[in-house]
Design a protein around this ligand. Structure first.
Ligand code: HEC
Length: 409
């Protein structure tokens, strides 16, 4: 597809994705806070819920929770589910248009594994589905009797999955698939467990039967998992815009573990604080800070510039591995790109202030230039976004040369 059109499409899908995700996470944080701020009041029978008051937008809101269900179901009931479903649907389209439609740029790294685009997409989607099935199986296994053990095993499983992704995809592809797996678990928890169980409860109550307490327990366990992975998921989604986090696929499992720990600790702090201000677990911030501090050093140990600063031995030069069928650009194109772009877009850029190639886009060898052809077209021919502010003074004639090469290839 025309890269210019593709950019517009992904821009619009991303817009939708971010908006729905904000609505979902906003609602989720709101209800966690609401639940924790409920107080028993004299007119409410103990154990059947509570009440709280809020003020917002010039009005006062009296909120009353009914622990299982009210005696009579109201005629009008708002369900919060479409925020979650739309976040997943738009996220899946974004994954498809960015990573599966442009897998040569963002998903496949021949130095990790020489996949065809079809294989890469199949592994990506298959990995998400298989990951959900394993997680769901764990939640239904005898492990469910122990919340903490289940959480620990689930955590280990996500880290293992990130290791698996880092063995087949580029660093960026591994980071986004780890995030997508966590996000898929969250939405599928809503779709396959939380919502159906809520409906079963309502059906039982409407039929005058007692709802099975297992339905509530299952839904609560899944909601708790969703709560603790909310922040790590957002980190993983943003990480694919920062090569500092994914430049080396080997660090991704450790990064995943540390980011989940950081995000879960911050959530833990707020979960307990909303319940009782005086019992805020301040130690959770200490663990979170240590975890993210460690994540920084894990990532820095993969950066050539930072290895030097940290006094570590330089990493061995990675062998250049490329698709044998690649059509290499002619020498005049290589000269332009190496002269106008490679000072920033190299494994070790020498442009002051850059430590990594932006977006890990490498333009320092004929092979790298060939792989990035569509990106060069988008950033330096169809738009003049690159070089930024034309700092390296590319001329109109040189852009013309790039355009003729791109039109011919
Ligand atoms: C002064 C340093 C510098 C030079 C020179 C430079 N770039 Fe970039 N490039 C950047 C930065 C910084 C970004 C990240 C921009 C951002 O964050 O939006 C980037 C991003 C990119 C991207 C990725 C954009 C994306 O959204 O995926 C491409 C492709 C790219 N540059 C191509 C080029 C080409 C082609 C040239 C030469 C014609 C070039 N760049 C010259 C600094 C540079």
């Amino acid at each position: 597809m025309d890269p210019y059109i593709l950019d517009w499409i992904t821009m619009l899908i991303r817009w939708l994705h971010v908006v729905t995700a904000m609505a979902w996470i906003g609602a989720s944080f709101f209800f966690i806070h609401l639940d924790a701020s409920l107080r028993p009041e004299p007119d409410i029978e103990p154990g059947t819920g509570g009440r709280t008051w809020q003020v917002h937008g010039g009005g006062f809101y009296e909120m009353r929770k009914y622990a299982v269900a009210p005696a009579r179901l109201p005629a009008h009931l708002t369900w919060h589910k479409w925020q979650s479903y739309w976040t997943w649907i738009s996220g899946f389209f974004l994954l498809t248009t960015v990573y599966y439609a442009q897998s040569q740029l963002f998903l496949i790294d021949p130095a990790v594994m020489a996949l065809t685009p079809l294989q890469a997409a199949a592994i990506g989607m298959g990995g998400l589905l298989a990951g959900w099935l394993v997680y769901d199986g764990l939640c239904r296994s005898p492990l469910r009797a122990d919340d903490n053990l289940l959480a620990l095993v689930g955590f280990g499983f996500v880290v293992l999955a990130s290791y698996g992704f880092s063995k087949v995809f580029s660093g960026r592809g591994a980071v986004i698939h780890t995030g997508a797996l966590m996000a898929t678990i969250m939405t599928f928890n809503v779709f396959f467990v939380i919502m159906p169980n809520q409906r079963k409860t309502i059906a039982a109550l409407s039929a005058g039967q007692k709802p099975d307490p297992l339905w509530g327990e299952q839904a609560k366990a899944r909601s708790l998992h969703n709560n603790y992975i909310t922040l790590p998921v957002i980190f993983m989604m943003l990480a694919n815009h920062y090569p500092v986090t994914y430049a080396d696929p080997a660090i991704i499992p450790a990064l995943t573990a540390l980011v989940i720990l950081t995000g879960a600790m911050i959530r833990h702090f707020y979960n307990l604080r909303h319940k009782d201000h005086d019992k805020s677990p301040w130690w959770a911030w200490l663990v979170a800070a240590l975890a993210i501090w460690t994540a920084f050093f894990v990532a820095a140990s993969a950066s050539p510039g930072w290895r030097e600063k940290l006094g570590l031995a330089p990493l061995p030069e990675a062998p250049l591995v490329h698709d044998a069928g690649l059509r290499l650009p002619p020498p005049e194109v290589v000269a332009i790109v190496e002269g106008r772009c490679a000072m920033c877009h190299a494994a070790q850029p020498f442009w002051p202030g850059l430590d990594n190639a932006p977006y890990h886009v490498l333009l320092d060898t004929p092979q790298h230039i060939a792989v990035q052809a569509a990106a060069i077209q988008r950033m330096a021919v169809m738009t003049h976004a690159m070089p930024p502010g034309n700092v390296s003074a590319i001329t109109a004639r040189e852009r013309g040369t790039l355009a003729r090469w791109l039109a011919g290839s």
